[in-house]
Design a protein around this ligand. Structure first.
Ligand SMILES: *[C@@H]1O[C@H](CO)[C@@H](O)[C@H](O)[C@H]1NC(C)=O
Ligand SMILES: *[C@@H]1O[C@H](CO)[C@@H](O)[C@H](O)[C@H]1NC(C)=O
Ligand SMILES: *[C@@H]1O[C@H](CO)[C@@H](O)[C@H](O)[C@H]1NC(C)=O
Ligand SMILES: *[C@@H]1O[C@H](CO)[C@@H](O)[C@H](O)[C@H]1NC(C)=O
Ligand SMILES: *[C@@H]1O[C@H](CO)[C@@H](O)[C@H](O)[C@H]1NC(C)=O
Ligand SMILES: *[C@@H]1O[C@H](CO)[C@@H](O)[C@H](O)[C@H]1NC(C)=O
Ligand SMILES: *[C@@H]1O[C@H](CO)[C@@H](O)[C@H](O)[C@H]1NC(C)=O
Length: 697
């Protein structure tokens, strides 16, 4: 939509300019500003703000810098032009009540990320239910659905039952409200109902839910493409049960490559009047500007859980009847609530499955590092819980045994549970199109099965998760395709490389924008909870130490050294064995996205490449391949500096040697297997939808 220059113009608007004003002005100004040269753009600097409650007046103020006594604090380190990620930290002060903390957390986040939010909105959502009466019938249905759903949730919150659950829903909505209010320059803590505009920043939370709402509400051009994958994931038990690695690749549109790794420290109470703090008060996750959950999804939680999913979707139209705005909570919220409240896989599943919306239908994996003991061959249950959701049905099972038998659990957009597989229309797809749609013979099922045996450390895990060698790999072959080697059939898809004039049996194998756009891996490798307490002891307040993969302090190193543990996050499409994606040469002819100041023609992220900016040299041979040894391909020799992978890590812990197997025995949560279930503002009016959120209400 907007010309590449226009987006630069937007990013040049002073951060001090009121966001509302800049939001209103930038589309108008862009043609005028389009002459501004890229070089004039300021280089991003770390930013931080505090949200303060004015004593007496009860008014909130957002001030630059870090202030003692603040309700919330946020800092942004925008390294998108360099490593493809911005790093956001948001923390709140537990001495204020939860509602205020949640709202202030939203205020603080928007205050430091508003420019990214603007750009991400323009890249992904600006035309959605926009002003041009496009899909207006669908948009009306969607608006009605969302309004009815918000109203029903408001009723539940007012009823005061189920206080834990609805307290957390309320806090998530308050956080979103704070985000939106801050962006629009009006700070007003809502004392009564929370009024959220259906087509405001709520849309940035709904990416996954909309895929299914579009089908259910008969959008004439739904986003979802038959068979099109969305994400790859691998849980890998290293030989000798030495360690457990968890990795995730997001498959998404190239337009969604403005990425933010977020760390939230939100010490909420479990229930409104309660004293105990939620177990998941600290969360580290890969995300997007203006999105208060991951959406990828990949979370590292202070409860000791790592949660992640790949999308399975629903291919049985008869199930859409289960989508009801009343009695359901959309997936993004159920996800937030489960991540905050759960202390184990079964608890997570019990919270998540409630009020199943039938939207954003995923295979979830919940890895509980409290239940994992390095070196132990016969595990207690609870290390891996798998949940699959489709409209009207959720199936959950402990898959620890299978994980230990196979040495891995892979996830690639195909349901595992037979009941889910059958009910969601996959038998029909297998009949029509064959093995590609089966759980066992899908290309990625086979690639994971073949290659997981070669994973023995972090480096080999990264190599597998970043891999796409579709031209050479016999498992990337597609029967009935011309050309036969297909770039979708790999762990990190590059569907943009499939020729437009090819012949493909079903849409997912065509030339498409979705591709693998990142990779995250968690390798704990150290006692997750160094302060072991005796079983039954009072749960300590979570601290950063309790994250399964230590990611504290937030620290980005650009060293090529692989640390012994931590979170590694790589942004950008795979390019180990394939040409790197470039906006200029991509046959997809995508509009270049809005982005932070950077040479327009570079890939939005260079991932692990070590290329200097502003060149057209492909970042191919650098990075992981360079570390993995000489390339067998005829790339030019890798440039000298080691790949600046984004690593969040602490110094390596003392050798784990003899401690293996005993590290966590003293930890209380390891022993406690928790049993499964039982357990203001202006109103929408005649909006000009599709504008910047905020001017439409
Ligand atoms: C906060 O931002 C200021 C500049 O805006 C910077 O000097 C300071 O170091 C930052 N503080 C933190 C803790 O990031
Ligand atoms: C939290 O707020 C209280 C009350 O204003 C203040 O005493 C305390 O220092 C604050 N804590 C932090 C970590 O800022
Ligand atoms: C939380 O604190 C704010 C500000 O002091 C206050 O207005 C509000 O009533 C408190 N409680 C709740 C539940 O919002
Ligand atoms: C969508 O279309 C189907 C089939 O035409 C119809 O049965 C269903 O009622 C429609 N749903 C909505 C929400 O319009
Ligand atoms: C699923 O369908 C297959 C093939 O028709 C059948 O053999 C199997 O029993 C079904 N399983 C379930 C749980 O419905
Ligand atoms: C996967 O396995 C095949 C066959 O052993 C091998 O050629 C290929 O290099 C492996 N790929 C990765 C990324 O490890
Ligand atoms: C598709 O296009 C490419 C180049 O544009 C051409 O080389 C190739 O022969 C075409 N293939 C078919 C099947 O038309």
């Amino acid at each position: 939509m907007a010309a590449p220059r226009a987006l630069l113009a937007a990013s040049l608007l002073s951060p001090l300019l009121s966001p509302l004003l800049s939001a209103l002005l930038s589309p108008l100004l862009s043609p005028l500003l389009s002459a501004v040269p890229a070089g004039a753009a300021p280089s991003p600097v770390p930013r931080n703000v505090s949200v303060l409650l004015e004593p007496g007046s009860e008014r909130l103020r957002v001030l630059p810098g870090r202030h003692p006594g603040a309700v919330a604090w946020a800092s942004l380190d925008d390294r998108i032009p360099h490593v493809g990620w911005a790093f956001l930290e948001v923390a709140t002060n537990a001495s204020y009540n939860d509602s205020l903390q949640a709202y202030a957390a939203g205020l603080a986040e928007a205050a430091v990320t508003e420019q990214l939010m603007y750009m991400h909105w323009m890249n992904t959502m600006v035309g959605y239910c926009g002003p041009f009466k496009y899909e207006s019938e669908y948009c009306q249905k969607l608006r009605g659905y969302l309004e009815a759903n918000l109203a029903w949730m408001e009723e539940q919150m007012e009823k005061g039952r189920d206080t834990e659950y609805w307290h957390q829903v309320r806090l998530a909505l308050l956080q979103l409200k704070g985000l939106e209010d801050s962006y629009n320059g009006r700070l007003d803590f809502p004392r009564g109902r929370i009024t959220l505009a259906p087509f405001g920043f709520l849309l940035l939370q709904l990416g996954g839910d909309l895929e299914d709402l579009e089908s259910a509400l008969n959008r004439s051009s739904p986003q979802r493409v038959l068979g099109s994958g969305s994400c790859s994931a691998l849980v890998k038990l290293l030989p000798g049960q030495r360690d457990l690695l968890v990795a995730h690749d997001t498959w998404s549109s190239y337009q969604a490559m403005l990425r933010v790794v977020k760390k939230y420290t939100l010490p909420f109470r479990a229930s409104a009047g309660g004293k105990s703090q939620i177990p998941g008060s600290i969360q580290v996750f890969s995300s997007y500007p203006g999105t208060i959950f991951s959406m990828d999804d990949f979370y590292i939680l202070s409860s000791g859980l790592v949660t992640l999913e790949t999308t399975i979707g629903n291919n049985n139209p008869a199930l859409w009847k289960y989508l009801e705005p009343r009695g359901s909570v959309l997936e993004w919220l159920r996800n937030i609530v489960a991540n905050r409240l759960a202390r184990s896989g079964p608890e997570w599943a019990a919270v998540f499955r409630r009020f199943n919306s039938g939207t954003y239908n995923n295979q979830w994996m919940v890895v509980d590092y409290n239940a994992f003991t390095p070196g132990r061959a016969s595990p207690a249950p609870g290390v891996l819980t798998v949940l699959e959701q489709i409209p009207g049905l959720v199936v959950v099972a402990d898959q620890t045994k299978l994980l230990y038998q196979q040495g891995y659990w892979a996830s690639y957009n195909v349901p595992y549970f037979e009941q889910i597989f059958n009910t969601s229309g996959n038998l029909e797809l297998v009949r029509k199109y064959g093995d590609w749609f089966t759980y066992d013979k899908n290309p990625r099922a086979q690639i994971f099965r073949r290659n997981q045996t070669q994973v023995h450390d972090l480096d080999s895990m990264i190599r597998l998760m970043r891999s796409n060698n579709y031209l050479q790999d016999p498992l990337s072959r597609c029967r009935g395709c011309d050309p036969p080697q297909n770039a979708e059939n790999a762990i990190s898809a590059r569907s943009d490389l499939n020729p437009a004039n090819g012949t493909y049996p079903f849409p997912a194998l065509r030339q498409l924008p979705p591709a693998g756009i990142d990779m995250k891996v968690c390798q704990p490798g150290s006692p997750a909870h160094p302060t072991g307490a005796p079983p039954g002891a009072v749960q300590p307040v979570p601290s950063a130490d309790s994250l399964p993969c230590s990611v504290s302090p937030l620290q980005v190193t650009s060293s090529g050294m692989v640390p012994s543990f931590g979170l590694v996050a790589v942004s950008g499409p795979a390019w180990d064995d394939v040409p790197p994606f470039r906006w200029s040469t991509s046959p997809l002819q995508l509009p270049a996205p809005h982005g932070p100041p950077r040479p327009l023609d570079l890939p939005p992220s260079q991932g692990c490449s070590s290329l200097p900016r502003a060149t057209e040299e492909p970042p191919a041979a650098a990075g992981l391949r360079a570390r993995a040894g000489p390339s067998s391909r005829s790339h030019p020799p890798p440039p000298p500096p080691p790949p600046p992978c984004v690593l969040w890590t602490e110094p390596a812990p003392p050798s784990r040697g003899s401690a293996v197997g005993e590290d966590k025995q003293g930890h209380p949560r390891g022993q406690q297997v928790i049993p499964a279930p039982g357990t203001s503002h202006r109103t929408a009016g005649n909006a000009s939808p599709g504008d910047i959120p905020g001017d439409s209400r």
